[in-house]
Design a protein around this ligand. Structure first.
Ligand SMILES: Nc1nc2c(ncn2[C@@H]2O[C@H](COP(=O)(O)OP(=O)(O)O)[C@@H](O)[C@H]2O)c(=O)[nH]1
Ligand SMILES: [Mg+2]
Length: 395
């Protein structure tokens, strides 16, 4: 009898131990997060269809819930590596072909004539005005050229080229600060506001600038504050997707100021270096523009100051564009001009006129529709490109 009891108790003990052995590991495993590679979405906890994917790292680290930028989506193709900005103006100099004809061939040809008489000087003056240099700057340049050629008795092509280059560089105010403020000392993101009329190249420039910043190892959030057309935000998102930057956008017709505000807040939360805000450029009337852009700036400023306001100008609109540009400078405190489409029918002299009329440095120039066709502006390099190859018939 006792033996039966001992056997029964032993069996019971074994059964209890076996039961615990099955339950305990389950209890222990439950609170563990899914391992990378397990097919579970870390945000929703739902099982994913298809093969296991890597969990997005940023989400695991910060716990911030964001619309994942395409960089983390497994199906997005490899990100592009933008070209470095150093030397871009030199590399893109041939894009100024049209301007090179005016400045290089035309002006140098005139200056190389055997006799520099009144008629020739007048022709030189006309050439500069036709090249959009502006009347005031043209007079100054021509006066100095006359003086120099008289005093120096300069006749050789190379010397004349050097003289003309010196005067053009001087007219471009080479001492101006053309650096872009895209970081701050305090660690909060620098805020860059991009303004200008429709079609000037604002969205394209935002995209190109974002690429440059990413190439330099900076992190960027783009704000799609042109909310009038959904296509505008899509266009910006496409640019961003190519370099893995995040875009903050609102529904079509949303308040541009609130989208801009959200973009800066997102930039602060994510700890990025720069927030670029693309705006709409409807210019039906000055009051409407003033209201809209003024509000964007005011609302964004609740987070902190706007560090850079870039005015995008289509260089092909020439002197007419300058009048529109002035309206923007009255509405927002423009800190730099980006002259786009200098590769087309634009005349290079517009750079001189813009700086002089607006009193604001040209910081970047657009020389094509390609993603890396944006160059930091440099007066000496630009003049060199305008005058074309020194080894021409005039050298
Ligand atoms: N050739 C040339 N086209 C440009 C340049 N910058 C922008 N564009 C084109 O100008 C058009 C309008 O540009 P977009 O960025 O949409 O202008 P937005 O309305 O100011 O945002 C697009 O077709 C761009 O590809 C440039 O530097 N050169
Ligand atoms: Mg746009």
């Amino acid at each position: 009898m006792q033996e039966y009891l001992i056997v029964a108790l032993t069996l019971l003990g074994v059964l209890i131990l076996a039961g615990l052995g099955l339950v305990v590991p389950r209890l222990r495993r439950r609170p563990q997060p899914p391992l990378p590679g397990e097919a579970v979405d870390t945000r929703t906890g739902e099982e994913l269809a298809g093969p296991p994917v890597e969990a997005p790292e940023a989400d695991l680290e910060t716990g911030i819930l964001v619309e994942a930028p395409p960089v983390e989506a497994p199906t997005v193709p490899v990100l592009e590596t933008p070209e470095p900005t150093a030397g871009r103006l030199v590399r893109l100099r041939s894009r100024l072909a049209r301007s090179q004809n005016v400045f290089g061939k035309g002006l140098l040809g005139l200056l190389s004539r055997d006799r520099l008489d009144e008629d020739t000087w007048e022709e030189i003056e006309d050439s500069l005005i036709t090249a959009d240099v502006g009347i005031e700057a043209t007079r100054e340049i021509v006066d100095r050229l006359r003086e120099q050629t008289r005093v120096l008795g300069t006749r050789s092509g190379a010397e004349l080229r050097a003289l003309l280059a010196t005067e053009l560089v001087k007219a471009l105010d080479p001492g101006l600060d053309r650096s872009l403020k895209t970081t701050t000392a305090t660690g909060v993101p620098a805020v860059v506001l991009v303004v200008g009329v429709n079609g000037a190249g604002k969205t394209t420039t935002c995209g190109k600038v974002a690429r440059v910043l990413v190439a330099d190892g900076r992190s960027v959030v783009l704000g799609a504050a042109d909310t009038f057309r959904a296509a505008a935000a899509d266009q910006l998102a496409t640019w961003a997707g190519r370099v893995g930057a995040e875009v903050v956008r609102g529904p079509e017709g949303a308040d541009p100021a609130s989208v801009a505000f959200d973009a800066v807040r997102r930039g602060i939360d994510a700890g990025v270096d720069t927030v670029l805000i693309d705006t709409a450029g409807r210019l039906q009337n000055k009051v409407g523009l003033m209201d809209e852009l003024g509000k964007v700036k005011r609302v964004v400023s609740k987070h902190g100051p706007v560090d850079e306001t870039l005015l995008i100008l289509d260089a092909t609109t020439g002197q007419n564009g300058l009048e529109q540009a002035r309206v923007f400078t009255e509405v927002v405190d423009v800190t730099g001009v980006v002259l786009t489409k200098l590769d087309g029918t634009a005349k290079g002299g517009i750079v001189i006129a813009v700086q002089r009329k607006l009193g604001i440095p040209v910081k970047l120039v657009g020389l094509g529709e390609g993603p890396d066709d944006l160059a930091p502006f440099d007066a000496a390099q630009f003049v060199d490109a305008l005058l074309g190859e020194p080894s021409g018939p005039n050298a």
